[in-house]
Design a protein. Structure first.
Length: 132
């Protein structure tokens, strides 16, 4: 498995440095991209909040997902991302998550949260900076 992070851009500019530090600390295979499939991050982006999605995907799926987005959300029939066959479908079940993926997700998230907690400055959301 590998850690796949995105979309990388203006709405992830502060948190991404902590994500990079978590990747270094955990040593997990790590991929990031501006080309990222639509996911839960979109609801935050609508309100111009910093957002990022962190996914644990099967090895090789990060690059396959990037190609999938770049091809207009059409998977390559010979090299389609494995995760698309299950994630966010009626077949999406918790028993399909491997113990190794779950541990990887926990370790990465825990490391990231501890790094964020240690951080001296996190940019507040723009809504809090606006004068009323």
């Amino acid at each position: 498995e590998e850690v796949f992070v995105g979309p990388i851009g203006m709405n992830s500019r502060t948190i991404i440095r902590y994500v990079h530090d978590a990747a270094k600390k955990t040593g997990f295979p790590f991929f990031e991209s501006t080309d990222f499939p639509p996911s839960d991050h979109l609801s935050f982006a609508r309100f111009d909040l910093q957002d990022i999605t962190i996914s644990i995907v099967p090895k090789g799926d990060s690059e396959r997902l990037i190609k999938y987005v770049q091809n207009g959300y059409k998977p390559d029939s010979l090299d389609a991302p494995k995760v698309l066959g299950v994630m966010h479908t009626v077949d999406d079940r918790s028993n399909l998550i491997s113990p190794a993926s779950l541990k990887m997700s926990y370790d990465f998230t825990r490391t990231l949260l501890l790094l964020l907690n240690e951080g001296r400055f996190l940019e507040p959301p723009k809504e809090l900076l606006k004068k009323k």
